[in-house]
Design a protein around this ligand. Structure first.
Ligand code: ADP
Ligand code: MG
Length: 388
């Protein structure tokens, strides 16, 4: 077995798992999958840095399910992630991978859902648990779950999770697993906090870096457009109409902006809905489901509400506000151009944002082209022929 695999067949996975992969339409591993799956199957610790949309979920999902131990009646694998949306998404992905292994039970534990339902799920003795740190700690404190038999602990979007202040919770969770538990860290960036957790909980970890280049680089064309104040609503609607977009994610920095924008765009006759932290969980699930099922065209959201969300065919991402942090830029535009589709990213900016824009370009190594909007809503590259 070489270090990198080129086909899933080389792994000689359980036939049920191969069948699930074929059903999902996955014929060959993505670069991160081709490098992370084998060491994880061998039981090694892994620290993997890979940009969004590169297929990290299957990188840990396939080894988790391949190593399923039917004789183990306690939780044998946990996946910790920063948000409830991501938690549901990962649980769904694992269930899809386990579609032909009906004996496998997978539970999702996240804040915002009544705890009673989750207690019932835990009483059914799940083999795998996907959880946000806070809710998992809650169940641990209530004695609903025991992590003393966990073989594998995965931290997904580790940088985000630790940045959100979950360091203590994550340590508490890992401390509750056996000393020799396999620890897999997946992250878009390897921050100081991620390194600290790696030093404390990993041994001789296999380090994997997948750059956003070559085949792993999502196919995203990036534009910047000067647009200010409330004019942006008009501009946005014209773009959506002009480019005939039916699946767009629009990011704003604040909840109030999201709410306001949603109202304004509806008034313009646009087909929109929104997600932000103050929306109750049940409604958030409905909105997500609606967007996935193409019930409306444009989803407006804050960064936190959108984190980790994987909707396959987002055509365009619009930054209504320029993001406060460079990493957010990558996270946002990573919503489009996924799984080998083309995507466009449009960032609204003002003169005052020019410095921020330069910083983002430098940090993300992005080629962001300045464009203007034509009368019929097309993006026209600025011909940089100013007279000397
Ligand atoms: P990440 O966690 O790195 O952001 P995901 O695991 O969410 O990425 O995967 C991104 C997209 O790529 C998803 O739509 C997923 O279904 C798809 N995908 C994952 N692995 C493969 C594969 N081997 N072949 C084709 N598509 C894949
Ligand atoms: Mg992911």
């Amino acid at each position: 077995m070489t270090d990198e695999l080129t086909t899933f067949e080389e792994l000689e996975l359980r036939p049920e798992l191969m069948k699930a992969l074929r059903n999902m339409g996955f014929t060959e591993p993505t670069p991160i999958q081709s490098r992370a799956i084998w060491p994880l199957l061998e039981g090694r610790d892994v620290i993997a840095k890979a940009p969004t949309g590169t297929g990290k979920t299957c990188s840990f999902g396939i080894p988790l399910l391949e190593c399923f131990r039917p004789d183990c009646t306690d939780v044998q694998g946990i996946v910790i992630c920063p948000t409830r949306e991501l938690c549901m998404q990962i649980a769904d992905d694992l269930r899809a991978l386990a579609a032909f292994m009906p004996e496998i039970r997978i539970a999702a534990l996240y804040g915002g859902q009544p705890i009673g339902r989750q207690i019932v799920a835990l009483q059914k003795k799940p083999h795998f648990v996907v959880a946000t740190p806070g809710r998992l700690i809650d169940h641990m404190n209530r004695g609903n779950i025991w992590l003393g038999d966990v073989y594998t602990a995965v931290l997904d979007e580790a940088d985000e999770m630790l940045k959100m202040g979950f360091v203590k919770d994550v340590r508490k969770i890992l401390n509750a697993t056996p000393r020799d538990t396999q620890v897999a860290l997946f992250s878009a960036t390897i921050s100081r906090e991620v390194m600290n957790v790696a030093w404390e909980y990993q041994r001789d970890a296999v380090e994997i870096t997948v750059e956003a280049t070559g085949s792993a680089r999502p196919d995203i064309v990036q534009y910047a457009l000067y647009a200010t104040g409330d004019d942006r609503v008009n501009t946005l609607c014209r773009i959506i109409e002009g480019l005939d977009l039916h699946r767009t994610m629009v990011f704003a920095n604040r909840k109030v902006t999201v709410q306001w924008l949603c109202k304004k765009m509806k008034a313009h006759g646009c087909s929109v809905d929104c997600l932000h932290g103050d929306i109750p969980q049940s409604q958030r699930n409905r909105v997500m489901e609606g967007f996935r099922k193409h019930r409306f065209d444009t989803l407006i959201c804050t960064d936190v509400a959108a984190r980790g969300i994987d909707v396959d065919d987002v055509e365009a991402v619009v930054n209504y506000d320029i993001p406060d942090e460079n990493e957010y830029y990558l996270h946002r535009i990573g919503r489009t151009g996924r799984a080998k589709r083309h995507g466009i990213a449009i960032t609204f900016m003002t003169d005052a944002d020019e410095f921020r824009m330069r910083d983002i370009k430098k940090y993300t190594h992005s080629d962001i082209q300045t464009v203007t909007l034509s009368d019929d809503g097309q993006l026209v590259p600025e011909t940089d022929n100013k007279e000397a």
